[in-house]
Design a protein around this ligand. Structure first.
Ligand SMILES: [Zn+2]
Ligand SMILES: [Zn+2]
Length: 350
């Protein structure tokens, strides 16, 4: 069997959570268990919600001649494309919200071989149409942002048996009763190289389980042994925090180690490198001078390198005595005046 089952009693209702190991599955979107589940629940006239983790699944466009992907003019993220109601497609930057038209030729090489590489939600909808003859309703959660829109979407949801809900960290409203909720890929949030990603991924799953006490869940994951996913399926905060604390302790992350992130932004890429490099060297010199051997200092680009037209770079200081070291830094180097932004108690390193 490619899955494990976790049974729970919540508010006197029984719920089962199935954790599926996707690395052993052959089909692209749905595991065998999910396919069987969809068939069974549809036949019983029940309601199904398919959760697609938005940020990583948004559709994009790629040039088949040169391989380039159109990016936002102000941010180093690719433009994602959404079909809007009229079946018209628009491009959107998820950072600065600039809208773009769909290009007909490649902005880099001007080839016309520019193709969609996957409006995932659309493909899942097409798959459901072909396999089950079901007209699924796609709800993009960030477009449901006013009471009127919520009312409208709630009406539409009541008329559909399958809802594809795309969201980053928001789960569907809990006044809608779903019988089966499928997480298409539960571990995408873990791909963010940040020490808090496990915690966020845990709560993304955990809160959905709690908010929908009557629904059964299928959680598809390529990392079913990862502690945030497994303990979310167990619905155990204690077990999660026990393992997360071990991870943070071993790696020197808060609350066990101190972490400070120094961010620098510049519109000119070369100035960015020079400034960051100089500060990095100054910090290493001070570390040596004050014999703070255990401190780790490294520079790294953040997850999004360019934002609102500015390039960005981080210097990360980690492990014990960071605050003591920062006191020295503040008296020796005037960081604020040089344009460095210091986050003393960094919650995130990306
Ligand atoms: Zn942008
Ligand atoms: Zn091209």
């Amino acid at each position: 069997m490619n899955y494990e089952r976790f049974d729970h009693d919540i508010q006197w209702t029984k719920k089962s959570i199935f954790l599926v190991n996707m690395s052993k599955e052959i089909t692209p979107y749905f595991s065998q268990l999910a396919s069987d589940g969809i068939e069974k629940y549809l036949a019983q006239g029940k309601k199904i919600c398919i959760l697609v983790n938005k940020k990583w699944y948004a559709g994009g466009i790629i040039c088949h001649a040169c391989g380039s992907i159109p990016k936002c003019k102000h941010c180093s993220v690719s433009i994602s494309y959404h079909k809007i109601e009229s079946w018209e497609t628009i491009g959107l930057c998820h950072i600065c919200k600039t809208q773009y038209n769909v290009p007909t030729t490649c902005p880099t090489c001007h080839s016309t071989k520019i193709k969609n590489f996957g409006l995932w939600t659309q493909k899942v909808a097409e798959y459901l149409q072909n396999e089950y003859h079901q007209d699924a309703l796609i709800v993009e959660s960030e477009t449901v942002n006013s009471p009127n829109k919520i009312k409208k979407i709630t009406e539409q949801i009541s008329q559909h048996q399958i809802i594809i809900w795309t969201s980053l960290l928001a789960t569907p409203p809990n006044n809608i009763n779903f019988d089966l909720i499928i997480f298409l890929n539960a571990d995408l949030g873990l791909n963010i190289p940040d020490y808090t990603s496990a915690e966020r991924n845990f709560y993304f799953l955990y809160e959905a389980f709690v908010k929908h006490p009557t629904a059964n869940f299928i959680v598809q994951s390529f990392n079913p042994d990862q502690y945030s996913i497994r303990n979310a399926c167990r619905m155990s905060k204690e077990k999660f925090y026990k393992e997360d604390n071990t991870f943070r302790n071993v790696n020197g992350y808060p609350p066990f180690g101190e972490l400070c992130v120094i961010l620098y932004k510049n519109e000119i890429e070369e100035s960015l490198y020079t400034k960051v490099d100089t500060l990095h060297k100054d910090l290493l010199y001070l570390k040596e001078k004050y014999e703070l051997k255990d401190i780790e200092i490294y520079s790294t680009p953040p997850l999004i390198y360019k934002m609102f037209g500015k390039y960005r770079y981080n210097i990360i200081l980690k492990w014990p005595n960071v605050r003591q070291f920062m006191d020295i830094i503040f008296t020796k180097l005037n960081l604020a005046k040089k344009g460095f932004k210091v986050d003393w108690m960094a919650e995130t390193i990306v």
